[in-house]
Write a protein that binds this ligand. Structure first.
Ligand code: 13P
Ligand code: SF4
Length: 331
């Protein structure tokens, strides 16, 4: 299992940021970072940040960083009265579901997700009607209402494991058709897919991946939300956390991270000897989170994320089932 990364308070912030950001940029961020650090202490807040958050957030103010699964686990284990989720709305909902007694804030209510928006609870009920008795596994990139209609959730880190744990010849897998196709290539279980896609990852092409290898001699590391022809070009396919672990194990000289741009920005700190080359696409939802938005949210305690209890009870069951199945092999 790959644990969430917990920041060392003693690490020198100036040193870290000056190596990661253009020299003109980081002095602009420093006053915000200092204000947020003070507010965090005053509020007793824990800041969780996804791997796609900008470096000044990821390295400057986050207490815990990681992929969707790592953040869900960190929320469940948190002892702080207040959690600030720097990521997108479904991640904040998952944190609330797993830490119901804590207050969970998200710095921007605009931080949605094209995958989560592609399916509703009514769609899942209709799929169940069409395929009676077939269990439903939903990717965590879904609303709490969709999770509530599911037998178990999964992330890109444990999707194969969760599908196989359903012990069924057929499984309804929603909403990402590309992650679904990738899981299908790794398991004998027959998957019934939904036509959702991530607007960031569906934009990558096989030609870009080939170009990175041929022109830059780069290892191609891709997220499983990419189309199958892109994954066919990859040296490694895995969740955002697994990508970092693969680079740590293999130490390639050059890497094309076929995923959101911040991923490479953030990994540069851990792997200064690795050169990260294009392509990358920006997630407009993740980019709604900024240092001023985090400051405002902590100052005014605004944008609390709540889930109605009737939905929360069933959605939590699906998330708990995923966490019980465990992390194990990562896709
Ligand atoms: P991870 O679970 O790999 O962090 O991915 C979340 C996500 O939103 C990818 O687009
Ligand atoms: Fe959603 Fe894609 Fe953004 Fe991830 S990168 S949060 S799946 S839109």
């Amino acid at each position: 299992m790959i644990s969430p990364r917990v920041r060392e308070p003693a690490e020198s912030l100036e040193e870290r940021l000056s190596a990661l950001l253009p020299c003109l940029e980081w002095p602009l961020h420093l006053p915000w970072i200092e204000r947020i650090q003070r507010l965090k202490r005053a509020r007793g807040a824990l800041v969780l940040a996804h791997n796609y958050q900008a470096p000044e957030i990821f390295h400057g103010v986050a207490d815990v960083t990681g992929d969707s699964l790592a953040l869900a686990q960190a929320a469940r284990e948190a002892e702080h009265p207040l959690i600030v989720l720097c990521g997108v709305h479904f991640m904040a909902e998952s944190a609330k579901l797993l830490a119901p007694e804590r207050t969970v804030l998200i710095p921007s209510l605009e931080a949605g997700c094209s995958l989560a928006a592609s399916i509703t609870a009514a769609d899942v009920r209709e799929l169940r009607r069409q395929h009676p008795g077939v269990p439903v596994v939903s990717y965590v990139n879904t609303s709490a209402a969709v999770k509530a209609e599911s037998d178990a959730c999964c992330t890109s880190a444990n999707a194969v494991q969760v599908v196989e744990a359903m012990r069924s010849e057929r499984v309804i897998f929603v909403p990402d058709r590309f992650l679904g196709a990738y899981v299908q290539s790794q398991t004998e279980v027959e998957l019934i897919l939904w036509p959702g896609a991530c607007e960031v990852h569906e934009g990558f092409t096989a030609q870009q991946a080939r170009h990175a290898r041929e022109r830059f001699d780069a290892a191609v590391v891709a997220h499983p939300e990419c189309p199958p022809e892109v994954l066919a070009e990859a040296d490694f396919v895995g969740s955002t956390q697994a990508m970092g672990a693969w680079i740590a194990r293999n130490r390639p000289g050059r890497v094309a991270l076929v995923t959101e741009c911040a991923m490479a920005d953030n990994l540069r700190a851990d792997f200064p000897q690795v050169e990260f080359v294009m392509p990358c696409n920006l997630c407009p939802h993740m980019k709604q989170i900024s240092l001023p938005a985090i400051d405002a949210c902590l100052r005014a305690l605004r944008h609390e994320v709540t889930v109605p209890e009737a939905i929360a009870l069933r959605a939590r069951r699906a998330l708990d089932r995923m966490l019980e199945i465990g992390r194990g092999e990562r896709v």
